[in-house]
Design a protein around this ligand. Structure first.
Ligand code: BGC
Length: 724
């Protein structure tokens, strides 16, 4: 008998649905149960031979040709948790916020394709990427993994990154579904928010991301949402994801995020991941018993298995299983560098940048002599060849899996290759740092803020004495540039003193090189903030982080970036979300508060003008205008289209409805067209249910950032509704 006859499910000519159904007909109950739960292979005494030793493993069914599921983190590169794969480094992208700062769907796709290629070449068929939780708090420890505060921008970019990853014939997730917006108490907070608000914010980011990226799997979030854990939340998983959006893939729990058997299975969870972290293996024997006793129907178990098999088949795990391959790390580092260059945001420049090569430069602080900072947690990439510096974390929730890690791309080396003379001070000795700054033509201070999964930062201030350091250096040399390597927004009481500020986020494998190229004008700064920088936490919807407790200083955690006196509340509690869908700039707009730097903001070494806005209405808004580079060097402009729309709560507010990224030579001009996704022009109507556009006049503006209007107009929308 040929394979086509004996194993028809292996026939690539058949549809993934058909193949999954053919397989299901062959599976025993035990085999089905075996496919819906799995361990962290690294915590097993003897990991199976076919485990690729990433974050997750689910055994296959060899007799039927079902491959094992090998999952690795994640969004910023292939992680190597606890370095179990000895000496196995990977290419680190810059942080998600850097990627989002590029506002560049093509770049997001390339970045995703690069990470997916490395995952595949290391033997993984599932990438735990696609983090798209909207930034509702600039202090959230995981903001660096995500794509900012706007559902359209984040949704488009995550979709492209997922599509890129999956172009390698592997599955990529989208996560963490939904509203995992603070790390403090992430396992116990119960987020309270209305459905309309949810649909117009975080859920819209997921919806757009799923439409564009078609991820094979969705990872549920740790927190509860309106009472139920996200991993057993009927509303989220059954009604919205699988119902309204007809999502065909499977829902896996986050590691330690499965809390029940029947409730989770009936609530829409299809697979229990990292099962050793749960109180028990709910989807093992307890699920088998629940099926045998009819508490969970056999049809539902079949649906769980079908979803998993269907996605694995649709995304190549059967037809093109991963094979270990050599990786061209040099080529991949170039992708990381391109992302860092496009995603670095020039926040201030009083004519100091770009630097001339003839200058004597003092480089100060931020471990700029060894490398660039990265964020901590499950997304941690161990660089190829090893970290430049690792500082152990000894207390706090992140200490279980984090080390403060620097990638070996030292800004000092890259600047040194360009300056006529360079010297370095680590900033610990203020007088010594001031002395080298005073003798130099330019001082460049590297300031840093380490953030990590499992913890939020208690304050927007740069940790330690960095504020004092920057002020002192600026007093010693008025030509002081501050380069920020931070997980998210920080306050800048020293802003008036600095002549230039470059927001480099966590810039990844070639961060030092990218920073130097931007400082010297070999690359043009083109990043735009995907997130608002508040003046004060008092301007946020929640000035205090719910569940964060400030205790007496604890001994033990001595890294310069740490907050040893912060602890987390234990036990369940609710967190109101008064901002609703007015996340980030929408909140600042609603409150009439000016941020320190608005969403969408970023300077260039050249200048742009927007001209001749024409608007067309109807079912959506179409805008046409011209962008001109009116400066004397090449650059990239990112004109942003906004509208004032009444949301589910009846309050009219500002929304990004589209943007363009336009690269122009000096003096060049180009006509640009932007068509809005009509859901951004609608209110979500729970009673309908669906999106409702009332029709009538709508105010539309072209802006260079959320606060700066360059052109405006009005057009008429036709009243209509859209499916949820
Ligand atoms: C994180 C996930 C990650 C998983 C596996 C969890 O702690 O929240 O994002 O994919 O671990 O490492």
């Amino acid at each position: 008998m040929s394979q086509a006859e004996s194993r028809p499910w292996m026939d690539p000519a058949r549809s993934p649905d058909e193949r999954a159904d053919l397989l299901i007909a062959q599976l025993t109950l035990d085999e089905m149960i075996g496919l819906v739960h799995g361990p962290m292979p690294n915590l097993l005494d003897t990991p199976p031979a076919d485990a690729a030793r990433g974050a997750g493993y689910v055994p296959g069914v060899a007799r039927l040709g079902i491959p094992p599921q090998n999952a690795t983190d994640a969004s910023l590169g292939v992680a190597n948790p606890r370095k179990v794969r000895k000496g196995d480094g990977a290419t680190a992208l810059p942080s998600g916020l850097a990627l989002a700062s590029a506002w560049d769907p093509d770049l997001a796709r390339q970045a995703g394709a690069m990470v997916g290629a490395e995952a595949r070449a290391k033997g993984f068929n599932i990438l735990l990427g696609g983090g798209v939780n909207l930034t509702r708090d600039p202090r959230c420890g995981r903001n660096f993994e995500y794509l900012g505060e706007d559902p359209l921008l984040a949704g488009v970019l995550v979709g492209e990154a997922i599509a890129g990853a999956q172009s390698n014939d592997i599955v990529c997730t989208i996560k963490h579904f939904a509203i995992n917006d603070q790390e403090t108490c992430r396992h116990v907070v119960d987020v309270q928010i209305d459905e309309g608000h949810l649909r117009e914010s975080d859920l819209l980011a997921f919806q757009i991301g799923i439409e564009r990226g078609r991820p094979g799997s969705v990872m549920s979030a740790y927190n509860r949402l309106n009472g139920d854990w996200c991993g057993e939340n009927d509303f989220l998983l059954n009604r919205v994801l699988k119902g309204d959006w007809a999502y065909p893939g499977w829902v896996m729990s986050d590691w330690g995020g499965c809390h029940s058997t029947a409730k989770a299975a009936l609530g829409g969870l299809d697979q229990e991941s990292g099962e050793q972290l749960d109180k028990q293996v709910y989807f093992g024997d307890p699920l088998k018993t629940a099926v045998q006793e009819g508490e969970v129907s056999f049809e539902r178990l079949t649906d769980m298995v079908r979803r998993i098999l269907r996605s694995l088949i649709a995304h190549g795990a059967f037809d093109r299983p991963p094979e270990r391959e050599e990786i061209d790390y040099e080529a991949h580092a170039e992708v990381a560098q391109a992302a860092a260059e496009a995603g670095t945001v020039l926040l201030k420049n009083q004519g100091l940048l770009p630097l001339a090569p003839s200058l004597k430069v003092a480089v100060i602080g931020g471990h700029a002599d060894v490398g660039v900072l990265s964020g901590g947690g499950s997304s941690q990439v161990i660089p190829v060849g090893g970290a430049a510096l690792e500082i152990p974390v000894t207390i706090g929730p992140s200490s279980a899996f984090s080390q403060v890690t620097y990638h070996p791309s030292a800004p000092l080396t890259a600047i040194g290759a360009r300056a006529s003379m360079v010297c370095y001070a680590d900033g610990q000795d203020l007088a010594a740092a001031m002395a080298i700054a005073a003798q130099a033509d330019v001082a460049i201070v590297f300031a840093e803020q380490w953030t990590t999964e499992a913890e939020d930062v208690p304050t927007l201030a740069l940790p330690g004495d960095q504020h004092t350091l920057i002020t002192a250096i600026a007093s010693a040399n008025e030509k002081t540039v501050v380069v920020l390597e931070t997980g998210g927004p920080v306050s800048m009481p020293w802003l008036d003193d600095a002549a230039a500020v470059l927001q480099a986020w966590y810039p990844g494998a070639r961060g030092g090189e990218a920073i130097a190229r931007l400082l010297y004008g070999e690359a043009e700064p083109s990043g735009r903030l995907p997130i608002s920088f508040p003046r004060s936490v008092d301007d946020l919807a929640r000035p205090e982080i719910p569940g964060m407790i400030f205790g007496p200083p604890e001994e033990g955690r001595t890294i310069p970036t740490s907050y040893p006196n912060v602890q987390q509340h234990k036990g369940r509690f609710s967190v109101a979300h008064p901002e609703g869908a007015a996340v980030g700039y929408r909140w600042f707009d609603r409150q009439g508060t000016a941020p320190l730097f608005p969403f969408g903001f970023g300077l260039s070494y050249t200048a742009f003008a927007h001209e001749g806005l024409t608007l067309e209405g109807g079912e959506t808004v179409r805008a046409r205008f011209t962008v001109a580079n009116v400066g004397d060097r090449a650059g990239v402009d990112t004109p942003q289209l906004y509208a004032v729309i009444k949301g589910a709560d009846g309050i009219a507010g500002l929304r990004l409805i589209g943007w363009a990224r336009v690269a122009l030579a000096a003096g060049e001009r180009r006509e640009v067209e932007i068509t809005a996704d009509p859901r951004l022009l609608a209110a979500y109507d729970v009673a309908l249910p669906g999106w409702r556009i009332d029709g009538g006049a709508v105010a539309v503006s072209l802006r260079s950032d959320a606060q700066t209007v360059t052109l405006s107009g009005e057009t008429e929308l036709a009243a209509h509704t859209l499916a949820p």
